[in-house]
Design a binder for this molecule. Sequence first.
Ligand SMILES: [Zn+2]
Length: 177
Amino acid sequence: MANEWREHAKLKGKFLPDHPDDLQVFVHDGGPRITRNPAEAVWVTVTGADGEVFRGRVLNQPHNLRAVRQGSEIKFVVADGAEFPIMVTDKYLRERGAWVFHPCQKCGFAELFDAPSDLIRVVFPNTRPDAQMCMFTTFCPLCGGVQGVEAKDDPAATDSGPAYLTQAAKSPWWKFW
Ligand SMILES: [Zn+2]
């Protein structure tokens, strides 16, 4: 079916009446741990959909971003807590299924801008590459609140995670913030 995304439950109501494939999307270079460039809302014309992951082409030039420019082909998802859908990378999509993202305590945003492996590298630079990270917190890229990121398979059970992390697993760690 042509342009079936127009009727997609996640996108309905977001399109311009006169341009029924065009909507606004938050594009970014990554979250606040990775870049100082804030996300920007740009117009995107949708070109495809795969389940709840959409593809589109950026229609206007972002002001300060490196990863995205006018004409870029991007993927995006609709996220709770966000005013507009958000851009996602292939790496993020590949890793996302292995994690639970606890919504931001301030705004409810429940996605990340960065692939968890990229965040872990920045937040825990001394972690061994083969270490299993079971949970950590990060800053919400939309409002600066705190989000919890938790591995679906608890590596504490296999004793492969760093001790300080398995220790943290015993208490409801994200509630302390
Ligand atoms: Zn937030």
